[in-house]
Design a protein around this ligand. Structure first.
Ligand code: GDP
Ligand code: ZN
Length: 337
């Protein structure tokens, strides 16, 4: 049988069967021992899987994870030298950032991780009602926030101001998730993801933090990642409780978010120019000519540096795993590969 993983929590993946006699059924599965032994892969939300459910077995088994069309990967918050796949097989990544507490550096990082997937990226500026009333002043304020986000986003990224109290803005998001398509919702906790999902679906499927607080359990209620169907539309994959997104091998993502710098870098004298000290650096020349802001170049440098350090740490950890006992050699690799 074939199916896709629609829910993942501490327990066993819930797989919705998509063919055969049991088509449409949702079955709890465990990973087949052979699959787990071979490699360390585990099914993630959105994975297409093969399932076997022999009559005599206690539980259905995932026997194969089909190749992923795309995936959202972050640095494992617990194991800093390993990657964690957060979701697979989606068309759009929606980044939720609160309009009233817009953090451009965090947005930049989320954009890089989102663009690394290769999927379409949309930025949702949430809680816009907190920034606006009907005055002209507030309209200006909203436009300024949208512009700030646009300035750090990649050229084609849609920036959408939203509020759960503004039905038109919810409809705008819904229109971006047509039938059969899948969108992943990303953003740190508290930005309004659950409220958005509930507004999109039309009833409460996700607990919002207001509820979490009032039920006396605080914000630490265990919440699961799940695929949520939108009536008449596609699916939204919510990732509640995400504290932070560490980059993981995000060269492609950085290039997508900084196409201006990538294009300038083509004209640097040295192919491996790091745009720090080298003569004939077209990137620094653009800053000096006022065509590129120093702040933008600083952001770029920070992300590149973090990405390189990350790659190096992962490389060292891999070598230690493969050759335990041998002292690690640090690579001196910088800049372009
Ligand atoms: P999550 O942790 O990202 O899922 O965020 P929640 O959906 O739980 O929302 C966090 C808090 O922000 C809750 O108190 C919500 O009521 C509030 N909130 C969410 N969306 C909006 C919005 O559009 N406007 C306003 N004013 N508050 C919102
Ligand atoms: Zn340069």
């Amino acid at each position: 049988m074939r199916g896709w993983v629609i829910k993942l929590d501490r327990g066993f993946p819930l797989v919705k069967i998509e063919n055969g006699d049991r088509c449409g059924e949702e079955i709890r599965c465990q990973h087949a021992t052979a699959l787990v032994k071979q490699e360390k892969v585990r099914a993630v939300i959105g994975d297409n899987v093969e399932v076997s459910a022999p009559e005599d077995a206690d539980m259905a088994q995932i026997t194969k994870i089909l190749p992923r069309e795309c995936m959202l990967v972050r640095r494992d918050p617990a194991e800093r030298t390993e990657a964690q796949v957060m979701a697979a097989n989606f068309d759009t990544v929606m980044i939720a950032e609160p309009a009233d507490q817009l953090n451009l550096h965090r947005l930049e990082r989320e954009l890089v991780v989102a663009h690394e997937t290769g999927a379409r990226v949309v930025v949702l500026l949430t809680k816009m009602d907190l920034m606006s009333d009907s005055s002209d002043e507030s309209k200006k304020r909203v436009r300024a926030i949208v512009r700030q986000a646009k300035d750090v986003a990649a050229p084609g990224d849609a920036i959408i101001p939203v509020s759960v109290y503004d039905k038109a803005s919810i409809d705008e998001i819904r229109a971006l998730i047509p039938e059969d398509s899948k969108a992943v919702l990303l953003g740190r906790s508290g930005v309004g993801k659950s409220s958005l999902v509930n507004a999109l679906v039309g009833h409460d499927v996700q607990q919002t933090s207001a509820v979490r607080v009032s039920d006396g359990k605080g914000r630490h209620t265990t919440v699961s990642r799940q695929v949520i169907p939108i009536a008449g539309g596609g699916y939204i994959i919510d990732m509640p409780g995400t504290r932070g997104i560490g980059m993981w091998q995000s060269d492609k993502g950085i290039a997508a978010v900084f196409p201006d710098i990538t294009a300038l870098a083509e004209k640097c004298r040295f192919r491996d120019c790091t745009h720090h000290q080298e003569p004939g650096c077209a990137v620094r020349a653009a800053v000096e000519a006022g065509k590129l802001s120093q702040a933008r170049l600083d952001s770029y440098h920070n992300l590149i540096e973090e990405n390189n350090e990350q790659a190096q740490r992962a490389e060292v950890a891999k070598r230690i795993r493969e050759h335990p006992g041998r002292p690690p050699r640090y690579s001196r690799h910088h800049g372009k590969r």
